[in-house]
Design a protein around this ligand. Structure first.
Ligand code: RB5
Length: 147
């Protein structure tokens, strides 16, 4: 599995912790985020991560900003992206199982490191359940394709 990760200036410390956690799990990580002391406006990093996922250069994406909100709103503007902004593991798991989310977003000012690792684990270990959820996810794509 390959994961692309990104962060704005609110999230470099948490991003590094998550990156190490993923590497410990044997997951290939592409890091597009900024380092401590660097600044970037969150829509830019969200778009960069979203394009990697949309173009199938990564299986899933993770984006961290202060709240997770700005990056999720931005990533969801890219066709084919279903970015979920969550702050606890249950929603992370269900975002994959029911919504086929392909990007996980959370806030470095909202969740602590250990909780963030649990959120990430639930997200990457879960699988889309298909069946009735497939029809509903298709309805999301239909909205995207209308205009
Ligand atoms: C940056 O200060 C902050 O606005 C950003 O990280 C994020 O929380 C936006 O949604």
């Amino acid at each position: 599995m390959k994961i692309v990760i990104g962060n704005d200036h609110a999230g470099p410390v948490l991003k590094t912790a998550i990156k190490e956690h993923l590497k410990d799990r044997g997951i290939d990580v592409l890091d597009l985020g900024v380092k401590v002391g660097e600044k970037i406006d969150y829509p830019k990093i969200a778009e960069a991560v979203a394009l990697k996922v949309a173009n199938k250069q990564a299986d899933l994406g993770i984006i961290i900003c202060g709240t997770g909100i700005g990056v999720s709103i931005s990533a969801n503007k890219v066709k084919g992206i279903r970015a979920a902004c969550v702050s606890e593991p249950y929603s992370a798991k269900l975002s994959r199982e029911h919504n086929d989310a392909n990007i996980l977003c959370f806030g470095a000012r909202v969740v602590g490191e250990e909780l963030a690792k649990m959120i990430v684990d639930e997200f990457i270990d879960a699988e889309f359940l298909g069946e009735r959820h497939k029809r509903r996810v298709q309805m999301i794509t239909d909205i995207e394709n209308k205009r």
